[in-house]
Design a protein around this ligand. Sequence first.
Ligand SMILES: Cc1cc2nc3c(=O)[nH]c(=O)nc-3n(C[C@H](O)[C@H](O)[C@H](O)COP(=O)(O)OP(=O)(O)OC[C@H]3O[C@@H](n4cnc5c(N)ncnc54)[C@H](O)[C@@H]3O)c2cc1C
Length: 629
Amino acid sequence: MTVKRSTKAISFATTLAIVAISLPQTTLAFAPSTTTQHTKSISSTTTKLNVIGEQASSIGPAQLLRKLKSDLPQIDWLASGNAPSSNKIDIPDHVAHVLAQHDAPKRIAENEERTQRIRSRAIQASEDAMKLRGMLTGDDDAKAWWRTQRSIPEGGRKITKDDPLTVLIAGGGLAGLVVASACHSKGMKVALFEQASSYAPYGGPIQIQSNALRAIQQINPEIYEELVKAGTCTADRVSGLKIGYRKGNKLAGLYDAGDWLVRFDTVGPALEAGLPATVVVDRPVIQQILVKYGFPEGTVRIKSRIETFEDLGKGRGVAVTLEDGTKAYADVLVGADGIWSQVRKNLHGLEAGAGGFAASGAAGGALDDKEARKLAKDTVKIAESADRRFSGFTCYAALAPHRASNIENVSYQILLGEKKYFVSTDGGGERQQWFALIREPAGGVDPEPTPEDPHPKLTRLRKEFACTGDGDDDGNVWDPFALELITASTEDMIKRRDLYDGAPLLTTLDPQRLLSPWAKGPVALCGDAAHPMMPNLGQGGCQSTEDGYRLIEELSKVQHTKDVPGALGGYSRVRVIRTAIIQGFAQLGSDLLVDFDLMMTIPLLGPFFLTMTQLSMPFILRYLYTPSF
Ligand SMILES: Cc1cc2nc3c(=O)[nH]c(=O)nc-3n(C[C@H](O)[C@H](O)[C@H](O)COP(=O)(O)OP(=O)(O)OC[C@H]3O[C@@H](n4cnc5c(N)ncnc54)[C@H](O)[C@@H]3O)c2cc1C
C-alpha cells in the first residue's frame, strides 16, 4: 500500500500532547454526573478522590467539563428516538478498504489445534519460568563474572571486542529482558537481577504494537520472528470505542448500547510507516522467547533484589548491593525495575519507602488474593513517597477462555461508561483479555469470599456491568458484551489492582531531572521505572522496548568507560520527549474517556470533545507508529 506519512498529522498529535502535558497537575475534586436515562437532573455533590503524592489524581479537561456541566443552565439536551443503524456496522467502508489491501496481514483463523497450541504454550512458558529454566543457579552463580571487582585505573578503561562494556540490569520485566537482549546483541557482557521468586503475570497477553516490533526486529531478528510466530495478529480487524449504554445528545446524535463511537484500523498507519503489524502475545511466552533467544543461559538471576548502588566515579563503573548483601560490579547499571523502582529511588534521592514490592507489571505481582489485598494497601503508602500519581482507577483483569461473539470483526474495543470503562482484546487461542476500570479511591479491596457470596469480585462486576432490568447503580443498562466476558471468567482468574502512573517528566522542576531525567553517572532508568503510563494506549511495554533499543544504540558508541555518562545522558534526552507525549496522551485519554457521559450532556462543548476523540485516533496512531525512536 502506498500511503504517504503526513507530517501535518504528526504535528497535530504533538500539539495535542503538549497541551495534555502542560495541563496543571493539581488536586481535583470530582462531581459524579447523575444524568442517566432515568434522571436528567444534575447533581454537583463532590466525591473527592484519594490523592496520592505530589502528582494529583487527574488532569484538567475532566474537571473543566464537570465544572461547566454544573455551571451551565440545565436544558433538555438528551436526544430521543432511534439510533442510526450505521452505528452498529463493525467494519465501515474506510476500515474495510484498508483491511482489503494486498499487503494487509491476515490472522490465522482459530481452530481446535491452534487454540490448544496457544493455550498450552502459555502454560508451558509459565512452568519454565517457575523452574528457572535458562536462569542462573548453582555453581555458575558462584563463578559469575560480576562478583569480582576489577581493578580499573582512575579515568577508566578502553572498551574492546575482547574486553567489552559490562552491564547490570535491575528487573526482569519486559524492559529488563529487552535491554539484556540488546546488550548481548551488541557484544556487551550482561547480567540481569530479578527480585521475584516466580513470575506472576497480571492480565495475560499484551499487544506488541508495530513500533515495538520494529525495535525488537532491529535488536534481534530471531526474537522478532519467534514473537510473530507465537502471537496472534490483531491488526486484521477493527478497533475502537463503543458507547456502553444508550446515550446521546441532539448534536452528537443518539447511540444505543454497544454502538460504535470511533472505529479505526491499526494496520494502515503501520503500513504507511513500513512497520510490521501489531500482534498479541502472552507475557510468559514473551519472557520465554527473550530468555531463550536474547542472551546466554544464566544471564538472569532470580530472587535478587537490588537494594543500593554506588557510583565508583571517574570511569570505574558501579558497585551494586543486593538485598542479601551480595555485591555485583560492572561499568553500567540499568534500572528496569518497574514503577516502584528502587534504582530510581536512589537516583532521584526519593524518600525511604519509595522503592517497594508493591504490585508491579510482568513479574513480582500478587500471587493470590490475600497478597493482592496486602499489596493494594502497601502501594498507597509507597506511592506517596515515590512521587507517583494514583490514576483514580482500580482495574479488574482476566483472560477468559472464551470465543467472543465479535471475534471475526473486532480485535480491541472499549465500552465507555459513567465512572468506568470496559476494555477487551482478542488474546489469541479463543481467549479474550478484559479489563474493567472503575473510578474509586486507592487501596480498595474486595470482601473475602463467604458461604453467602463465594465470588465477591464476580458479584460486584455483574452489578457494575448489568445489562438487564435497572442496570447498574446509576441506572445504566450495559451492552451485554461486558457480561459475556465477565461470566466466561471464574473468580480466581480475576485479578485486581489499582492503577498508578507518573506525571510526564517534563513537568518536574528538579534541575538534575530536567537536564538528564533518567540518567546520572553510570546509571540509567528505562521502562515503567522511567515513564509509567495508563494502559489504554497499550504502549507501556512498547515504549520500554523502544527504550531498550535506543539505550544500547547509545552505549554501543562508547569506546572508553569515561564516556558512559555522556551516552546515558544522550539516551535520556532522546527518549524523554516522545515518552512524555505518549504518557500525556494516555492520561488524557483515560480521564476524558470516562467522562464521555458528560460530553453527551454538555451542549456544544460535549459534542466538540466527542468529535475530537473521533478525529484524533488516526493521528495518535501515526505518532505512535514511527520507525525511528
Ligand atoms: C492492565 C494493563 C494492560 C497493559 N497492556 C499493555 C499492552 O497491551 N501493551 C503494552 O505494551 N503495555 C501494556 N501494559 C503496560 C506494560 O505492562 C508495562 O508498561 C510493562 O510491563 C513495563 O515493563 P517493565 O519491565 O518496565 O516493568 P515491570 O513489568 O513492572 O517489571 C519490573 C520488574 O522489576 C522487578 N523488580 C522491581 N524492583 C526490583 C529490584 N529492586 N531489584 C530487582 N528486580 C526488581 C519486578 O519484580 C518486575 O519483575 C499494560 C499494563 C496494564 C496495567
